[in-house]
Structures are given as structure tokens and as C-alpha cells.
Design a protein around this ligand. Sequence first.
Ligand SMILES: *Cc1c(COP(=O)(O)O)cnc(C)c1O
Length: 382
Amino acid sequence: MDYSCLKFATRALRVGQDPEGRFKPVIPPIFQSTTFAWEDLDHIPGVDYTRCQNPNRLILEQVIATLENGQHCTLFSSGMAAIAACFSLLQKGDHLLMAGDIYGGTFRLGEQWLPRSGVSVSEFCAHNPLTIADEVKPSTKMIIFETPTNPNLRVSDIAAVVTEAKRHGLIVVFDNTFASPALQNPLDLGVDIVLHSTTKYISGHSDVIGGATITNDAELGTWLFEYNKAFGATPSPFDCWLSLRGVKTLACRMDQHSRNAQAVAEYLQGHPKVKSVHYPGLPSHPDHETAKKQMRGFGGMVAVDFDSVATARQVAENTRVFLLAESLGGVESLVAYPPLMSHATMSEEQRLSKGIPPSMLRLSVGIEDPDDLIEDLRRALG
Ligand SMILES: *Cc1c(COP(=O)(O)O)cnc(C)c1O
């Protein structure tokens, strides 16, 4: 069947999944086998050893590639392994430009690990792409950024960053975890490599850790695949099977996440104990227009700055529907405290400079009934 004419939600269900073999299962089974038999010595099978490739991984790679409008997808055992694979394109003497507002684990790799291999790192502001020209050096090779950002939910103009980065010949890497391919497709805007922590929205059920890179550049695609084979941070067949099951509902989950987050953000915005609500779907959000232009929905993440640290603590510890836990993107709602969770690597000073006060909580709004979510927050706020 030709999938290219199908729309997003249908592709998620069908690409690479035509029933085949003796029993024609509608759902591809788990290929729990480390190795695959050869026909003879003249024909090397496409899938021969599970660290290098596996049918469950291959199918999921095809699905995620098509959802990102990309040709080449490589899956990893975590989002961080996918990011490390992108950084493997850098060698001693190279310089990386990293957005100031970036996932804590990416910040940790850039600050603590890349310098050990002789790669220097400096920050730029993705909201102001002209700062790229100020920071770029002859040795700058790559730029990495993400939007909406974590935890402030700032939205930068992807196409504008790409234009500026390409003037300097940089490889552009984009972390699309927060939006998911249902809400934006950065390859269409000129990004070279899109990456995901598939742990989050793509899998969507808080039961599997995984990562992905997607590119339309055959050379980059081969590099990432070969790096993965060499270093071996590849996902298990069962993890791929779980993620394939999860991604089938991505389109409708993202609709509900976005609707619920909008309702929660609007409720919190009017509360007397709330100083500010950061959600790109609010017309008062500084990047609302950019988000409208670039995204097909505003997503499930909301950051709230309360009137005091005490209020933030009270909400974090007293919600019952929202669970106090790290991570995001699952069907159930979570509340996170960035200074002790996602941004624990940073000093208080670094956090404040990035607009993360100790009175802020990050909500991953799930797909529950929005009335229950709002009632839960109302009660916790006292
Ligand atoms: C969670 C996350 C990662 C890291 O992914 P893991 O699967 O936990 O390794 C990277 N980027 C973003 C934006 C994330 O939210």
C-alpha cells in the first residue's frame, strides 16, 4: 500500500504494518530474537542481529520518520542517547552553540561532558536569532535548540533560527520532544536533524524510555545509524512494540492534552495566588503569535509561577489527580518541581538567570476530564 497520500493520524496506524506471514497479524508481534537466520552466504538479511536492527525497531523507525516528514529515522534506548549521537558529529576543536533554554540533560552533556572531548560549548538566545552571529566562531559546527522550552514554554521562531544558522553553515539540531510531530515538523522548516525523547509524547504512557533522530540528509542518517550500531544504545524489541502501540494515538492524545492544558492555564491565570502562567495558547503569552504561526496546537505543558515558594510547595504536595513526579507527555497529569527535578544540575543562580524561580511548578497536563484537573488544583491551592 502507498502511504504517502495518507494523513498524519492514518500513517501512525498503518505505515510499515501491513499484515504479513503465515498468520497475518494485524499487530506486528514482538520479535524477541537476538539473531535472524540467513538464507545462504550470498544474501545478507536486512535484519540480522538485534543490536544493529530488529523488526519492531524497523517498523517504529518507519512510522516516526513519516510522522516527521523525514527519510531516515534511527531509534535509541533513550532521548539522551539520541542527543549524544548527534553530538558525536563534533570532534576535538569543534564548537557547539546551545540554546540557553534547553533540556537539563542536554545542558549537563554540554557543560560537563563535551569539554572533556575537546568540544567547546557556548549559549545563544533562540528568541533573538541575530545573537547567533555574535556567538559563532570559525570552529562552530552545530547548533541545538528546542521550542517550546522547558520549563518556561517560550516559543522561538524555528525558521528564523534556521535561516541565521545556515548563513554560518551550521548543522541544525532540534529537540521536538515538547511539541511532538503532531504539533510541528521542524524538518519542513529546514532543520537538519530532529530528535525526540520518545519516552514522552510519542510513547505517551509513561512506560518506556526511548529516543529517536530523524533527518532527510542521507549522510547524516547513515552516521547516526552507524554510531548507534557502534555504541549499542539501541532499544529492545518490547520497548519498540510499546512505543508503536503508543504512537498510534498520538494525534488524538495531543488534541486532548492541548485542550486540557488550555483549560488549566485559563483557570490558573485568574487565581489570586498565581503570579504568572506560561502557556503558549494564552493570548497574553509573549510568543502566542509565533506559536500560532508555527504549531498546530499549543501542547500539554504549562508552567506556573505562584505568589510564594510556600504556595508552590503546597500545590506540589497536595494535588491528588496530578502526581508529583518527573517527566512529561504521558496520559496522566504530573506536577514537577524544576529545582529538584529537571533543573537540579543547575545552580540557583543559573536557574534564576533562565527565569526559573523557586516558586515555579511545571505541569504536564494529561488527558483526564479537565473538570477533575481544575478541581484538583483548586483544592490544593486551598
Ligand atoms: C526527557 C527529555 C530528554 C531526554 O530523554 P530521555 O528519554 O529521558 O533520555 C531530552 N529532551 C527533552 C526535551 C526531554 O523532555
